[in-house]
Design a protein around this ligand. Structure first.
Ligand code: BGC
Length: 799
């Protein structure tokens, strides 16, 4: 037994329980007698949000300026583990300088649907890519003595009703798609902390889930660090302690402490579970404190000072590395002497991060128009084209844009999603750009065919006009240096290094669309494994731009791939040569296809990738390693990964839709006699399971949706309108919450934050109000209230 475990175990139970929840919104309680300091946690993921005044988890209150790096979708498009590690180091250094011990990131939920409200904050639709990029980020952060905290375990793939939404997903899909990235990050990078999610999975809140937290995360994967709840996510604190969810954040003002103490007294909760959780909180607090002190004292890693200029430069490099050249007829890169028309308000009012808990106050902000003006020697004129806030355009604005476009050699049109479209807590209704942006692009392209479109958005959009402009650059939400990075890329001072880490669909015909975004307490993942490119390649429904796609300014040649090794331990090597005139980077992708399988499998799955940076004329051989897991699928009946013997194709590709060479190998494995549960997946031609198919995947009937009545502490505020008394309570809760929000939002509130807070109030479960009341609300009182409010039902309304 460790010394700290012994010391914590000797504390009175109440003192141990105190360690299980925050001291306030962002920190843990210290234990001065044991020399255990308080530990500060902060968002994350792409910059440090260290709040100075009022605390909140929506990005409302002010925070100390910090480098705003590109958001996850842009970083992931770099497919560059070294870059992710470097950004992690910079974030770790800034966190430490701000006195932060735990950085709440990376966000690594799978982008199940391209309209997910937090897709900008997540890495990819593919678990192998997410897991490996996240691992590099975690290693970077932790090399600075700061804990990284991958989030949100697991299946937090939509925002609608996120605090009460029950994800119904079959075990095989959970293992192969939604847990896989977390498994990779835990096994390879050993994060010191993990955050559970707000939602339920198959009927259990993730933080209460003994199987998820205890058996899978800690038992199978060996996570020995902290497990922290998402902010205000606690459902049943006793169950969560039993599961091994150590820390409740933020402080609930002791609202749950009594319950934990009573459960120990009643013999319902083993006191060692309390000691285990308290020990892990104390251990991490001491570890992060000691790491910071060691560095401060000059022992390791410098003095903790932050070089803002260097970090800004890194942010600029990262934004260019994550920007994806979707099309180009040779118009890009621009010659500096080109006469250009800069069209679009986003050129002046940049979209560079999304709204919500990840929102940071940047140390500086580069504006694309100014960067372009500085870099170009030809005539530069500009016009807004639309309103930056609403995204709407008047006829006059569009006319001015087309006039300018006609007179320029190259019009550069900035379009994308207005800030209100990309916020935590709110899914998008569709993938459309504002209509005026589509109109603007069409009008400008009609006026001048040499138009270059720069897209500023954190997640996929519908690009119905893809073949009209001369070039399209997906610049994503590029962080504080996004503006100068765009200028760098347009002029060829940097190459557009990105390849899409997510599919851009051509229409809304993809299977997760059938079960997404409803204001419902249950979401059924009937598409199973068919997420993103797994669907597009299996169903042969082409995406507009495929996962892995992206062009370069230079040209590359690949030699025939070479295979070495035996059994499942194989390596595939490819020599890549830069045959063009410019330096550039290329990405080799390796997919695995099971040629004949007794279990249903996607047509191809990513199993390796390698990024190379090459000067003109240079060549490099990249090697990608495969192992047993590259070929395995999860056998639910036997609860283990299995490789079925037989032929597999190893597909060396430029994107999920652009295969260059295929090597077929005979892989040793097991004979699968009887198809295990979940093996069939949705029907062969339909990618959304029927109820019968879904039940066979689940191995049990689809559970009923929890009815609205009777109310419970998990009733959300807007559901209270099902009874007369409930409606009165709903109005009262809204009024109180609104008053609090107004005080925080100030006299001239940001409309995005107003919308976000309104949505948060509507969808907050009653227990969340207790958790966030800082001790003024009591769970018992709210439970009593729900019984009372359940009476006087309104006929004909929700039930
Ligand atoms: C988000 C987390 C975040 C936390 C603290 C929550 O609303 O889901 O990702 O780390 O707030 O701000």
């Amino acid at each position: 037994m460790s010394e700290i475990r012994r010391q914590i175990g000797e504390l009175p139970l109440e003192a141990q329980i105190e360690l299980l929840s925050g001291r306030d919104f962002w920190s843990t309680p210290p234990v001065p007698d044991l020399g255990i300091p308080s530990m500060t946690l902060a968002d994350g993921p792409h910059g440090i949000r260290r709040q100075r005044g009022d605390a909140d988890h929506l990005g409302i209150g002010d925070s100390v300026p910090a480098t705003c790096f590109p958001t996850a979708s842009c970083l992931a498009a770099s497919w560059d583990v070294d870059l992710l590690r470097e950004v992690g180091v910079a974030l770790g250094r800034e966190a430490r300088a701000a006195g932060v011990g735990v950085l709440l990131g990376p966000g690594m939920n799978i982008k199940r649907h391209p309209a997910g409200g937090r897709d900008f904050e997540y890495l990819s639709e593919d678990p192998w890519l997410s897991g490996n990029l996240a691992a590099a980020y975690v290693e970077g952060v932790q090399s600075e003595g700061v804990a990284a905290c991958p989030k949100h375990l697991v299946a937090n793939n939509h925002e609608t009703y996120r605090m009460v939404s029950d994800v119904i997903v079959d075990e095989r899909t959970l293992r192969e798609i939604y847990l896989r990235g977390f498994e990779i990050v835990v096994r390879t990078a050993r994060p010191w902390a993990i955050m559970t999610s707000y939602n339920l999975v198959n009927g259990t809140y993730t933080s209460d889930d003994e199987r998820l937290v205890g058996e899978i995360l800690r038992g199978e994967w060996g996570h020995d660090g902290l497990v922290v709840t998402d902010w205000g996510a606690v459902n049943d604190r006793v169950a969560a302690v039993r599961a091994g969810t150590d820390l409740e954040m933020p402080s609930s003002g002791g609202a749950h402490d009594g319950l934990v103490a009573d459960a120990v007294d009643d013999g319902e909760l083993d006191p060692t579970a309390v000691t285990d959780c308290a020990t892990r909180v104390a251990e991490l607090a001491r570890r992060t404190h000691d790491e910071a002190r060691r560095r401060r004292d000059g022992g390791v890693g410098g003095d903790g000072g932050v070089d803002e200029v260097a970090h800004h430069r890194l942010a600029r490099r990262a934004a260019a590395a994550g920007s994806v050249l979707l099309t180009n007829d040779g118009t890009l890169p621009l010659d500096p002497g080109t006469d250009v028309a800069i069209i679009g308000a986003f050129a002046d009012t940049p979209r560079y991060q999304g709204a919500g808990s990840s929102q940071v106050v940047p140390t500086r902000l580069d504006v694309a128009r100014r960067s372009l003006e500085d870099a170009l020697t030809g005539r530069v004129r500009s016009t807004p084209g639309y309103d930056a806030g609403t995204g709407e355009a008047t006829t006059e604005q569009i006319r001015q844009a087309t006039d300018l476009a006609r007179e320029a050699e190259v019009p550069i049109v900035f379009v994308g999603l207005p800030a209100s479209h990309e916020a935590e807590g709110i899914d998008r209704g569709d993938l459309a750009l504002p209509r005026s942006h589509d109109d603007l692009v069409s009008a400008v392209c009609a006026a001048n065919p040499r138009t270059v479109v720069v897209l500023c958005n954190g997640a996929p959009v519908m690009i119905s006009w893809a073949d009209r402009p001369a070039a399209i650059l997906e610049a994503y939400l590029g962080g504080q240096a996004g503006g100068s990075a765009i200028a760098d890329v347009l002029l060829g001072r940097s190459e557009p290094g990105g390849r899409l880490a997510e599919s851009f669909p051509a229409s809304m015909v993809f299977p997760s669309e059938e079960n997404f975004g409803e204001r419902s307490r249950q979401v059924q993942y009937r598409e199973g494994l068919h997420v993103g490119y797994r669907f597009h390649t299996t169903a042969a429904v082409a995406a507009r731009f495929a996962f892995g796609h992206g062009l370069s300014y230079t040209t590359f040649e690949w030699d025939e791939p070479r295979l070495e090794g035996s059994g499942t331990d194989l390596t595939v090597s490819v020599t890549v040569r830069n045959t063009g005139e410019r330096p550039g980077s290329d990405l080799v992708q390796l997919y695995v296809r099971d040629v004949v399988s007794s279990v249903h499998r996607p047509e191809r799955e990513l199993a390796g990738f390698a990024k190379v940076h090459l000067e003109p004329g240079d060549a490099e051989t990249v090697t990608m390693a495969l192992d047993e897991r590259s070929f395995a699928s999860y056998d639910v009946d036997e609860a283990r990964w299995r490789v079925e013997e037989g032929e597999f194709d190893l597909i060396v590709a430029r994107s999920s839709a652009d295969e260059r060479s295929t090597l077929t190998v005979e892989v040793p494995g097991e004979m699968i006699q009887r198809a295990p549960r979940g093996a069939r997946g949705p029907g062969r031609d339909r990618f959304v399971a029927t109820t019968a198919e879904f039940e066979s995947m689940l191995g049990h009937p689809v559970p009923p949706v929890t009815p609205v009545l009777p109310f419970t502490i998990n009733t959300v505020v807007e559901e209270l309108d099902a009874t007369r008394l409930g409606r009165i309570a709903e109005r009262a809760f809204r009024a109180i919450a609104r008053r609090q929000m107004e005080a925080m939002l100030g006299a001239d509130p940001d409309p995005v934050l107003v919308r976000l807070s309104e949505r948060m109030i509507s969808e907050a479960p009653l227990r969340f109000l207790v958790s966030m009341s800082g001790g003024s609300g009591s769970l018992a009182a709210f439970e009593g209230l729900t019984t009372l409010l359940s009476t006087l039902r309104i006929t004909g309304r929700r039930s």
